[in-house]
Design a protein around this ligand. Sequence first.
Ligand SMILES: Cc1cc2nc3c(=O)[nH]c(=O)nc-3n(C[C@H](O)[C@H](O)[C@H](O)COP(=O)(O)OP(=O)(O)OC[C@H]3O[C@@H](n4cnc5c(N)ncnc54)[C@H](O)[C@@H]3O)c2cc1C
Length: 462
Amino acid sequence: MKKNYDLVVIGGGSAGFNGARVAASLGRSVAIIDGARELGGLCILRGCMPSKTLLYSTDVLHRAQKGRVLGLRIPEARVDMKALHRRKRRIIGEFADYRQGALASGKYDLFRAHARFVDPHTVELSDGRRVRGDHFLIGTGSKVSVPPVSGLAETPFWTSDDVLDLDHVPESVIVLGGGIVACELAQFLRRIGSRVTLIQRSRNILRDHSDEATAVVQQAFRDEGIDLHTDTRILRIATAKAGVSVSFTSSGRRVTRRARHLFNALGREPNLDGLGLDAAGVKVTDEGRIAVNRWQQTSQPHIYAGGDVCGPHDIVHLAVAQGELAARHAAGVRGLKPVDYGLLLNVVFTDPPLATIGRLERELDAAKEPYLVATYPFNDHGKSILMDALYGYVKVITEPKRGRIVGAEIVGPDAGELIHCFSGPLAMKATVFDLLRAPWYHPTLAEILTYPLEEIAEKISG
Ligand SMILES: Cc1cc2nc3c(=O)[nH]c(=O)nc-3n(C[C@H](O)[C@H](O)[C@H](O)COP(=O)(O)OP(=O)(O)OC[C@H]3O[C@@H](n4cnc5c(N)ncnc54)[C@H](O)[C@@H]3O)c2cc1C
C-alpha cells in the first residue's frame, strides 16, 4: 500500500515551498515534488534575486559615472563583467543553498522528479513512482512564451535566463517587449555598455501603469541612450549578418533595426506542461491559467493552485500568500481571509523605479468611483534635489469624504522603498489625517509624502 500524504505539493518554488512549510507546521504529512535540475524556484535562481543583484551594481555604477554632478572626480567607473557574474553566482548560490537545505530538512518527503496526474488523487513521477494525496497544491510556475511573431521561433533569441547569466558585455541587443522584465534588463544592458533597442507594441512601456508614470521612465530611458520604440507592430524577425534584424512599423513608419542579439521579453505563461490536468479534472481559464476560487481551490476542491500558474499577478509575495492560504484551507484552519488584491503592491526596479499600491486612478475612473488626488514632484523637494534625483513624483489617492487612503503611485528615487510608507496605513484603512499625525524626519525622501497628504487634507477640511 502506497503512503497517502495529507498534502502533495507539485513545485518547490515560492508558492509550493511556503505552502509545504505551513502545512508541515500544522502537523500535516507533506510531500514536495520538484523536477528541476537545481532546486530553489524562479525567484531565487532566475528571477527577483539575480536581477536585483545585477541592477543594484549598475545603479551604483550609474551614480559613480554621474559623480562629476555631485562634485566627485571618479576617473574610471565601468563594469567588470566577470566579477559581476561571480558575485551574482555566489549570492544566488547562498540563497539557493538555504532553500535546498530547508527542502531537505526532513519536515517533508522530497521527490526530485516531474509529476503528472493520473487520477484526481494520484500523480505519477517521471521515475515511475506514484504518490497519493488527500490534497494537492500545484505551484509549477511559469515559462517564457514565444508568441506567433513572424520569424521569432526560427531566430535564435535570449530569454531573461541568458541575460542574467552574461559574463561579458554584448555589443548590441534588441529587446522585444516593454513589460517589467524587459525594462529592468534593457536598462541593465544599456548601463553595462550595450547598444540597446527596445521595441514595445503598446503606446507605452509598462502598459499596466499610468501614462504619467511610464512617461517618466521612458524619458529616463531615452536620456540614457536606449533606442525606444513604442506603438509598434513587428513585421518580420530574421537572422542577419552577424546577428538579427527586426522590421516593424512605429507610429505608421516602417523601421528596421539590427543587433548582435535578440532578447525575447514578450512575457511568460503558466507552466502546465505534462501535468495531466485533464486526468485530475482541473480546469484552466481562457488565458491558460489554472482557474482558482478565493481559497486557491481549483475546479477540484481538494486540489489547490498558487503562484504564476494561476496568477492573477506574477509577484512573489502573492505567490507566498496564496501557497500559505491553500495549505491552511486544506488543513481546515478556521477564520481565514482570502488574499486581498485591493492592497496590490507593485515595484518596477528601473531607475527611476516605479511603485504603486492599492487602487489607482485608471481603476477608480473605470468603476466611476469618486476620489481625491494630489501629486508632488521630486524636482521641488530638498532631499531629492541634493541627491540630483529629479525624475518623477509622488501621488496619493483617497476617498473624498474622510480622506481614507486608497492608493499611491511613486516614480522617482527609492520608490520601491517609499511605497511601503503606505502599506501599513492602507491595510489599517488610515486617512491622510492619521498619516499627518505621524512624524516625518527632515531632510528625507519620505518627507515628500507630506505635501500631497496636506493638499488632500486641506481640500477635505475646506
Ligand atoms: C527576470 C525576472 C525577475 C523577476 N523579478 C521579480 C521581482 O523583483 N519581484 C517579484 O515579486 N517577482 C519577480 N519576478 C516574478 C517571480 O519570480 C515569480 O512570480 C515567482 O518566482 C513565481 O513563483 P512560483 O512558486 O509560482 O513558481 P516557481 O518559483 O517558478 O516554482 C515552480 C517550480 O515548479 C517546478 N515544476 C514545474 N513543473 C513541474 C512538474 N510537472 N513536476 C514537478 N515540478 C515541477 C519547477 O522546477 C520549479 O521549481 C521575476 C521574474 C523574472 C522572470
